[in-house]
Design a protein around this ligand. Structure first.
Ligand SMILES: C[S@@+](CC[C@H](N)C(=O)[O-])C[C@H]1O[C@@H](n2cnc3c(N)ncnc32)[C@H](O)[C@@H]1O
Length: 358
């Protein structure tokens, strides 16, 4: 593909997600677009560009093809010991924490594990997590992990927090229910959520952003942290944190920062969301939107993971039993898997809904 064909897509990606195509891997954008062109029945790159600008589903597909979702439990353990120290010093409860770019839930669930082990009760913790990948959030909702994500975890921890799940381990529902997941870009979601977090983890996300996007993101986080709130980045990113906004934590982990005193950055006036009520009891399921599950299902279908796509669709339909697109896709996937009875049931449900709401 020519530079003229790729440049508008590169700019779109940068302005929507802060991600810099070249930092995601050599030719990653070109490869992803070529694959999308192949999957969309011979669209030209000019057609594709138009489609992308208009179609949120296509935008999500491209993002899914580009993001790097690698993560594992208790990655860089010093981040978690730093948080435990902070939790012991701070008396404010509930302790409100945010994981930015939470991938399949490994990071926010690690927060839960570390702080419960440090003696906090579930009611003393409010953990939120944001990711732009619907597929990653579908994995987080499922909470089932293999040896890669669980590398190095002590058996005693595994047994306390997980149930065996075939060759894998599944986080117990009471712990899965302690994280509130949000789908979308950090740039958008950070502004919409109420903020006031005592700690924000933003690790291994900024590596893929250019300097400007990184600075913008860190400035927004500074404005959304509680006074004296803690920012934790990955060790490899610690040199990227601007000293004009943050100071390194005294005697702490070199990737831990406190916002410098000064007025917090105002959130843009354009977006305002009513503050959500505080929870005193943890929820039993991560409250993703039905459409996030649908997006995950579409992407999983593209990847040929039809069983996983059906799980995502069941979640979507559990939240919105009348979701037409989910019913259509579930019928299609059930047929493709030879489950004709299930496919027929979905079609009947659709007909009923169409009769009730023509
Ligand atoms: C490499 S993983 C890091 C996961 C975890 N923070 C860790 O350190 O193990 C990066 C995650 O950030 C997400 N991500 C990248 N850019 C994002 C953005 N602009 N908004 C929200 N999530 C983003 C990706 O989808 C991916 O799941």
């Amino acid at each position: 593909m020519t530079a003229a064909e790729l440049d508008p897509l590169r700019s779109w990606l940068q302005s929507t997600t802060g991600l810099e195509a070249d930092l995601l891997g050599r030719q990653s954008l070109e490869r992803a677009v070529r694959k999308r062109l192949a999957d969309t029945d011979g669209l030209t790159s000019a057609d594709y560009q138009r489609l992308l600008m208009q179609d949120p589903a296509e935008q999500q597909m491209l993002i899914e093809a580009l993001v790097v979702g690698e993560s594992w439990f208790l990655r860089e353990p010093r981040s978690f010991s730093q948080l435990v120290d902070m939790a012991r010093r701070q008396s404010q409860r509930p302790l409100r924490l945010l994981s930015c770019g939470c991938a399949g839930g490994e990071e926010p669930y690690s927060l839960v594990m570390a702080l419960l082990e440090a003696g906090l009760s579930p009611q003393q913790l409010e953990v939120e997590a944001i990711d732009i990948s619907a597929v990653a959030l579908a994995r987080a909702a499922e909470g089932s992990y293999g040896s890669h994500a669980l590398r190095g975890m002590e058996l005693r921890r595994l047994q306390r927090f997980f149930d065996p799940d075939g060759q894998r381990w599944r986080l117990r529902p009471e712990f899965r229910g302690m994280v509130r997941f949000h789908h979308g870009s950090l740039q958008q979601r950070l502004q919409e959520l109420p903020g006031g977090w005592q700690a924000v983890l933003c690790r291994n996300v900024m590596l893929y952003m250019n300097d400007e996007a990184r600075q913008d993101l860190l400035r927004v986080i500074a404005g959304r942290l509680a006074p004296d709130g803690l920012l934790l980045v990955a060790a490899a990113e610690s040199a990227l944190v601007p000293s004009a906004i943050y100071r390194r934590l005294d005697g702490g982990h070199r990737a831990g920062f406190i916002r410098r005193n000064g007025p917090p950055e105002p959130a843009p006036a354009t977006i305002s969301t009513p503050r959500q009520p505080r929870r005193s009891v943890p929820r039993l399921a991560p409250p993703l939107e039905p459409d996030t599950h649908l997006m995950a299902a579409r992407q999983l279908k593209q990847l040929g993971q039809l069983e996983e796509a059906l799980v995502a669709l069941r979640r979507c339909l559990y939240l919105d039993p009348r979701h037409r697109e989910a019913l259509i896709l579930r019928a299609e996937l059930s047929s493709a898997l030879g489950r004709h009875e299930a496919a027929e049931q979905m079609r009947r449900r659709l007909e009923r809904i169409s009769r009730q709401n023509p």
